[in-house]
Design a protein. Structure first.
Length: 454
């Protein structure tokens, strides 16, 4: 378990995350991408792309050092990344990291007072929906009794976080303390016993990971209550990354127990790369919607912090792939990615204006659809040995889904209602889930293009 969950050394982590990039293959000049990166639009006022690393974060097996291998090794990497074991590992990771984001969105809204109570209701419902999906996975692997036990424990832990949040809002130390006792003892003990019994994972390790989730979430809520927004987003990203520490050993245990149903090498480097890329894209979308939501809501300081986190995610997303390619493609990625973030900020500002700046909205949409989509699609096509046409639909859908979230946020701000809040949440979740439609084929395409590096 400890080997499977190993962290990168601090030096290696820093080296792999220090520069944003989606670089071109350095050992094959024919693979270089010279796509013009386009305008390097800043993703928001007063922030740069940054080199922010997440203390304690993990990019499991994602430091791809360009090591070569023979044909058999290369074939194994391609087989592994396309396996059902890989599918399961990605699914568990995305569901658990989605849980963390939805929880933070719910608690943040709850601490926003009456003005955001409908938003809290919407994200609270999505949090329960996410829990049910995780419960279904548990049931599929370990049976109805395990599913029932899991659902009860998981629902209770969500409820206790709500109680803790209420205590923070009311500055009620007793309520906070009682909720923490329930989380640190009842939840941690019961959840850990269930998972350890079902999977065979060491109880002490499961308890440590579960307690870390509790403490990470608590730190997010405390910072939200204090409105120390840079701390909120630092802690949120750390808590988001930590979910992989729970998800990966669960995936290993399930695929070992049900090897016939989930064949494949779940620990392969190519699978770790697929997980990392999917999580970074998922996180990108949710940080973007947190930033746009803050902007639309007039929470300027929160917007600045969310936007800085969004830029840091972009730097890490590019850097995790950069070691596979060359600096020319890194520069192209930097320009394209920063530009698309900037275009979304411009669209949000225009949509949130009173009255709405229709010309500004049109300009931003045109930049997204006629500049970002074709350039990024061309880059992805060159990086995977395919064509721009193979990517343009999914890249375009990312634009459409993100725009839909912003439009819903503006409507919900203008007309506060449960129905409008639900639309925001539903669109946000849909857009977040869509990122896998980019992450899966992109990771598989990269592995297929340069398998020897995995």
């Amino acid at each position: 378990m400890r080997t499977f969950m190993r962290r990168l050394s601090p030096a290696l982590l820093s080296a792999s995350l220090v520069v944003t990039g989606f670089a071109g293959c350095s050992d094959d000049d024919d693979d270089k991408v010279t796509t013009d990166g386009g305008p390097r639009a800043d993703a928001g006022p007063g922030n740069d792309a940054g080199n922010t690393n997440i203390d304690g974060g993990t990019l499991l097996d994602a430091s791809l050092d360009g090591a070569t291998g023979d044909a058999a090794v290369a074939s194994a990497a391609v087989t592994a990344v396309n396996s059902k074991a890989a599918d399961l590992r990605v699914t568990i990771n995305l569901l658990l990291s989605e849980h963390m984001i939805l929880a933070a969105k719910a608690t943040g809204a709850a601490l926003g007072g009456d003005a955001r109570k409908e938003e809290f209701g919407a994200y609270g419902a999505l949090l329960a929906q996410n829990g049910a999906a995780v419960g279904d996975l548990v049931g599929a692997a370990y049976g109805a009794e395990a599913k029932t036990s899991f659902n009860g424990i998981w629902t209770a832990h969500n409820d206790q976080f709500v109680e803790y949040t209420k205590g923070v809002a009311a500055n009620n130390e007793t309520q906070k303390a009682n909720a923490l006792v329930a989380l640190r003892t009842t939840y941690v003990d019961s959840f850990s016993a269930l998972i350890a019994t079902a999977t065979g994972l060491p109880l002490v390790d499961v308890k440590g990971l579960t307690l870390a989730h509790v403490e990470g979430t608590r730190k997010v809520i405390d910072a939200q209550g204090a409105q120390t927004w840079p701390v909120v987003y630092t802690e949120l990203r750390a808590a988001f990354a930590h979910m992989q520490m729970l998800a990966d050993p669960l995936a290993k245990a399930v695929t070992t127990k049900l090897a016939t149903a989930y064949p494949g090498d779940v620990e392969a480097k190519s699978v770790g790369f697929r997980v990392t890329l999917n999580q970074k894209l998922q996180e990108h979308l949710y940080l973007a919607s947190l930033a746009t939501g803050a902007y639309v809501g007039g929470r300027t300081t929160e917007f600045d912090a969310a936007n800085a986190a969004l830029n840091a995610n972009g730097a890490e997303l590019g850097a995790a792939i950069e070691t596979l390619y060359d600096k020319a493609t890194a520069d192209a990625f930097n320009g394209i990615w920063a530009g698309h973030n900037g275009y979304f900020v411009a669209y949000t500002a225009a949509a949130a204006a009173t009255p709405a700046n229709e010309a500004g909205k049109t300009t931003a949409v045109n930049n997204l659809t006629t500049v970002y989509v074709p350039r990024f699609s061309e880059l992805l096509g060159a990086a995977t040995g395919t064509t721009a046409a193979a990517w343009s639909t999914e890249v375009g859908m990312h634009v459409t889904h993100t725009k839909d979230v912003v439009d819903a946020q503006v409507t919900a701000k203008a007309t506060v209602s449960p129905a409008n809040a639900k639309i925001v949440g539903d669109r946000d979740l849909f857009a977040g889930k869509h990122m896998q439609s980019l992450g899966d084929p992109l990771s598989k395409g990269i592995v297929a293009k340069i398998p020897a590096k995995f």
